[in-house]
Design a protein around this ligand. Structure first.
Ligand SMILES: [Fe+2]
Length: 493
C-alpha cells in the first residue's frame, strides 16, 4: 500500500468513527427514529430497512438534516413507521460518512399490556470516556479515587458487554459533559485553547461521546432527557484559580447555549405523547409506562427552572422550552390520568434532579413541589434521578414521610438516585449523616462506577440492581412488591 493510500484509509476510518453516531429512539407504538450525523447536509436522509439482513427492501426518508453554529456535523433524523411490536428489523442509514456496508438491527417496543419480563438499563451523569474525559489520569485537583485504574472497564464498556440483557438505555440527563472542556483545560488535562477555540473542543467531546456510545445506541433505543450539562458551555461557571479568573455563560459561543446541541441531536417521542421536544415525553413498553421529566426548565407555577436564565445555576441564555403556562405539569397530569394500569401496571418516572437525597444540596426542592403531588395522586411506582454523583437507594416516600410498608406494597413512590455512571473527575461524597430515608449508598469512597438495571418480572415485582461497571457484579439489589392482580391472559413468551 502506498503512503497516500494509507492516509486515505486512515481518514476514512476517522470520518466513520467520528461522525456517524448512529442512534435509535422508540417513537410511538409502531415507529423507530433513526438518527445519525454527517459532515455535510443531507438533502433527503434515508434508511434502508427490512426483516432480513439480506433483504433491506424498504426505504424511509425525511428532510431533516439540521445543524447549528459551531457544530462540526449535521444531525439527520428519519422515522421508520408501520412497524410491528417486539419485532427485530435490520437497517442501514444510506449517507454515513464512509461507504460502510454495516447493517444494524433493532427490536421494536413491546406492546402495552405484553406481560413478558424484561430489563432496562438506566444511566444519569454519563460522560465521555478516554482521552477527553474519564480515563486512567486526570488533571490537577482530581481525587485519585476518581480516575480509572489501568485496565478498568468503564460504564460504556459494561453497557456494551451487557447489551443483550436490556431492551433500551435510558439516560436522564448530563450527557457527555462537553461543557467540562474549560475545566479540563484549566486542570491541565487538555491542552489550552482560546475561548473562541473552545467551541471546537466542546464539539469534539460531544462527537467523541456519541461515537463511543454507538455500539449501544445503534442497536438499542437510546431515550434521553435534559441535564444541566446540556444547557451551556461553561459548566455553571469555571474558575481558573492560578489566574484568578471565573468564567460564566457569557463566554459561550453561538450554538453553545440554550440546550442547542441537545435539541438538534435527538428526536424523542414527544410529538406522539403530547410532550415537548427532548425535554418531557412518555412511552409504553410492555407492562410499563415510562415518563421522562424536565427538572431543568419549565417547572411552571412561578418557579424558574434551575438552568433557566435567573435560575439557581447562574446560566444566561437559557429559555423555557414551552411558552404555555404550566405546560409541563399540565401535560404530566393528563399523561398520568390517561395511563391504563390494566395494561401498564408499572409507572416509572425519571428526572435529572432528585427530590430527596442525603446530599440535600443536590436536590431540587421546587421540582418536588411541582411534581410530587401528581406522582402521589397517580400512584407512580418508581422515581429515578441523578445529578449528584453518588448512588443512593431510598425508601418509598410521600411528602417527606417514609412509607411504613417500605418495599412491601408501599402506597408512595420509591426513589433511587444513581449519578455514578462516570465522567471526567468522577464521583462525589455522600453527605453524612445520611437522611433517615436512605437505605443504601455508594460514593467516591467506594470508587465504583455503575449503572442501574430495572427488571420487570411481572405486574407485582420490580427489581433494581446497581451494576458495577468494572466487573458487572451487582453491588446492590432491591425488589419492590406491589399487591395487584396481574392479567394472566396477556401475552407471554
Ligand atoms: Fe447534573
Amino acid at each position: 500500500m502506498r503512503f497516500s493510500d494509507l492516509l486515505v484509509a486512515a481518514a476514512t476510518a476517522t470520518a466513520y468513527t467520528m461522525n456517524s453516531q448512529v442512534r435509535l429512539a422508540y417513537h410511538g407504538d409502531n415507529g423507530m427514529m433513526v438518527s445519525w450525523n454527517t459532515f455535510d447536509v443531507v438533502k433527503n436522509p434515508s434508511v434502508q430497512w427490512g426483516l432480513s439482513r439480506d433483504r433491506l427492501d424498504k426505504i424511509a426518508t425525511s428532510d431533516v438534516s439540521v445543524t447549528y453554529p459551531t457544530s462540526q456535523t449535521y444531525n439527520n433524523h428519519v422515522l421508520i413507521s408501520g412497524l410491528r411490536p417486539d419485532t427485530t428489523y435490520f437497517y442501514k442509514p444510506l449517507q454515513l460518512m464512509n461507504s460502510t456496508t454495516d447493517v444494524f438491527n433493532f427490536t421494536t417496543s413491546r406492546e402495552a399490556g405484553d406481560n413478558t419480563p424484561f430489563s432496562v438499563a438506566v444511566v444519569v451523569d454519563l460522560g465521555t470516556m478516554g482521552s477527553k474525559g474519564l480515563t486512567t489520569s486526570a488533571g490537577t485537583g482530581v481525587a485519585s479515587t476518581n480516575i480509572l485504574q489501568p485496565g478498568e472497564k468503564n460504564t460504556i464498556d459494561s453497557l456494551e458487554a451487557n447489551i443483550d440483557n436490556f431492551d433500551f438505555l435510558w439516560h436522564a440527563g448530563d450527557i457527555a459533559y462537553a461543557d467540562y472542556w474549560l475545566k479540563e483545560e484549566i486542570h491541565g488535562f487538555l491542552p489550552n485553547t482560546t475561548i473562541q477555540g473552545g467551541a471546537a473542543v466542546y464539539e469534539s467531546i460531544l462527537n467523541e461521546f456519541y461515537d463511543e456510545m454507538m455500539p449501544i445506541t445503534a442497536r438499542k433505543p437510546y431515550m434521553v432527557g435534559p441535564g444541566n450539562h446540556e444547557a451551556n458551555c461553561d459548566n455553571a461557571g469555571t474558575t481558573d484559580k492560578v489566574h484568578n479568573i471565573t468564567y460564566d455563560s457569557s463566554i459561550c459561543m453561538m450554538g453553545q447555549t440554550n440546550f442547542t446541541g441537545f435539541k438538534n441531536h435527538f428526536r424523542m417521542p414527544s410529538d406522539v405523547s403530547g410532550g415537548t421536544g427532548n425535554f418531557w415525553y412518555s412511552f409504553d413498553h410492555g407492562m410499563v409506562h415510562f415518563i421522562q421529566l424536565d427538572t431543568e426548565t419549565d417547572l411552571g407555577h412561578g418557579f424558574i427552572g434551575p438552568d433557566q436564565t435567573g435560575g439557581s445555576e447562574g446560566f444566561t441564555g437559557v429559555d423555557p422550552v414551552n411558552a404555555t403556562m404550566n405546560a409541563q405539569t399540565n401535560w404530566l397530569e393528563a399523561d398520568l390520568a390517561a395511563v391504563d394500569r390494566s395494561k401498564t401496571p408499572w409507572v416509572v418516572v425519571a428526572g435529572h434532579r432528585a427530590f430527596y437525597l442525603s446530599n440535600t444540596g443536590d436536590t431540587c426542592p421546587t421540582c418536588k413541589d411541582v411534581f410530587e403531588p401528581l406522582l402521589l395522586k397517580y400512584n407512580v411506582d418508581l422515581v429515578l434521578s441523578g445529578h449528584s454523583h453518588i448512588y443512593e437507594r431510598l425508601a418509598p416516600i410521600a411528602d417527606g414521610k417514609i412509607d411504613p410498608n417500605e418495599l412491601e406494597n408501599p402506597s408512595s413512590p420509591w426513589y433511587i438516585t444513581n449519578g455514578a455512571a462516570g465522567h471526567y473527575d468522577g464521583l462525589d461524597s455522600l453527605d453524612s449523616p445520611r437522611q433517615p430515608y436512605s437505605r443504601f449508598g455508594l460514593d467516591t469512597s467506594n470508587a465504583t462506577y455503575g449503572w442501574s438495571r430495572l427488571t420487570f418480572h411481572n405486574c407485582t415485582h420490580l427489581t433494581h440492581d446497581f451494576v458495577a461497571s468494572n466487573n458487572n457484579t451487582v453491588l446492590d439489589s432491591a425488589t419492590l412488591f406491589k399487591a395487584r392482580t396481574c392479567d394472566q391472559d396477556r401475552r407471554r413468551h
